[in-house]
Design a protein around this ligand. Structure first.
Ligand code: PNW
Length: 452
């Protein structure tokens, strides 16, 4: 059993589901530009239509209510709310989110808002994007506009989803929008994302942030492999956790980065802003990184292992252990979630924790007219047992959001990867709850997992 007030939810993001890319005054974000650039996404897929949630949100909230969700985590599209990224709010943009929030509240579902899930207004990218300090100030202005309009009915606010992806996939490896590849810019972007978080938090009074955190293991106990693990833990986890929760960059990470940047973009007072107390810390957990010292001549392949998203540590070798993988090729490692949560509790100041994303892409099968996804059920089951173990160990874990409510636009992978508990037929927009949706509804109803 889970604690009585455990917040059971599911998550999505604006660009991945909304569609209506040019409606009601919305201007392009970096993901519109990126996905419309040939060669950037699989099949040239874009979020132009996606799940057409913009027009179907009432039906989608009904599906959430059928699942018994207590909370729904979604993101606001910055260029819908503040077209162009500067100036006044768009009434039509805000009306959409007011409608969604009201619909959720009427169905007893707590709205959980993420202000930024990767869709920077293109104009702000053209003015320098996240490597530029001014973007942080623009973000705080936008946060204030959104909070002014929705703060009376939304209790849970988070600033950013996964600044690691925005900084190091967006400006390092270039696998994500805006597709730039400059190691120094990626580190500057990471700082300005955190600065934007702190400024926004101060502007709206209280907020959390969501990080994608990883369990990290060395490939062996050799000193060289242990050092590779230290470096990747530094760039994946501590480069965000330490400024946010301890008010300082880790000394070893700054030294690892010395060939990339002298950190002169960090100004006096920034770390005090960045470490303003968090209301919650959201943890997105998918897998573990196992790493070792470089082997001459070996080239890592999968895109999230591209050396260029690990500035200054490009030569670290990522190892696969032959564990079962999801359709993303990510190894399934539920113990890594226990490790991640207990580590946060042991090494950082106390803050309420939520798993804000956890889930898996699989190729689903239709069996007797039902979309059958036993592998997804097994994935959720194993990771919820991990949550339970962490709670029993004293971790203040307050909720869990499955990724994702429904199949959607999986970024550079377009529509080829399906993470949903609800199947989406993109040709007809027909939604069909999968086996995992019914299973999750049962978990929520009994507030726990069935005996093993
Ligand atoms: C997260 N990586 O993305 C995002 O928050 C979601 O929008 C996304 O759909 C989900 O996880 C599944 O991918 C990530 O390369 C994308 O390490 C890439 C990585 C991590 C998270």
């Amino acid at each position: 059993m889970f604690p009585p007030d455990f917040l059971w939810g599911a998550a999505t993001a604006a660009y991945q589901i909304e569609g209506a890319a040019t409606e009601d005054g919305r201007t392009p974000s970096i993901w519109d530009t990126f996905s419309h650039t040939p060669g950037r996404t699989v099949n040239g897929d874009t979020g132009d239509v996606a799940c057409d949630h913009y027009h179907r949100y009432r039906d989608d909230v009904k599906l959430m209510a059928d699942l018994g969700l207590r909370s729904y985590r979604f993101s606001l599209s910055w260029p819908r709310i503040q077209p162009g990224g500067t100036g006044p709010a768009s009434r039509r943009g805000l009306d959409f989110y007011r409608g969604l929030v009201d619909e959720l509240l009427e169905n007893g579902i707590e709205p959980w808002v993420t202000l930024y899930h990767w869709d920077l207004p293109q104009e702000l990218e053209d003015a320098g994007g996240w490597p530029s300090r001014d973007t942080a100030r623009r973000f705080a202005d936008y946060a204030a506009l959104a909070h002014e309009a929705l703060g009376d009915r939304v209790r849970f606010w988070t600033t950013f989803n996964e600044p690691w992806c925005s900084a190091f996939l967006g400006y390092g490896s270039g696998a994500h929008a805006p597709g730039r590849t400059d190691p120094g810019d990626s580190v500057r972007a990471a700082h300005h994302l955190m600065l934007g978080h702190g400024l926004a938090l101060q502007a709206i009074g209280s907020a959390g942030i969501t990080l994608n955190l990883y369990a990290i293991s060395p490939a062996s106990s050799s000193a060289a492999d242990l050092d590779a693990a230290r470096r990747i833990d530094g760039l994946a986890n501590r480069i965000f956790l330490d400024p946010l929760l301890r008010g300082a960059y880790p000394v070893d990470v700054v030294s690892d980065l010395s060939g990339v940047t002298d950190m002169s973009h960090v100004r006096d007072g920034d770390l005090a802003v960045i470490s303003s107390p968090l209301s919650v810390l959201g943890v997105n957990y998918y897998s573990r990184h196992v790493v070792g010292a470089p082997v001459v001549g070996e080239v890592p392949t999968p895109y999230w292992r591209k050396q260029t998203c690990w500035p200054g540590s490009e030569d670290v070798r990522f190892v696969t252990r032959g564990l079962p993988v999801t359709d993303m090729n990510w190894e399934i490692d539920a113990p890594g979630l226990v490790e991640t949560l207990t580590r946060l509790h042991a090494e950082y100041p106390a803050v309420p924790l939520y798993v804000t994303e956890n889930g898996a892409a699989f190729v689903d099968e239709v069996v007797d007219g039902e979309v059958s996804d036993p592998l997804r059920v097994a994935y959720f089951d194993a990771h919820l047992r991990a949550c339970q173990e962490a709670i029993e160990a004293g971790v203040p874990l307050r909720g869990y959001f499955a990724w994702s409510l429904m199949d959607n636009f999986e970024w550079a992978w377009g529509y080829t990867k399906r993470f949903g508990m609800i199947h989406v037929d993109y040709a007809t927009q027909l939604r069909t709850p999968k086996t995992s949706a019914r299973w999750y509804a049962d978990v929520i109803r009994r507030n726990g997992l069935a005996a093993e």
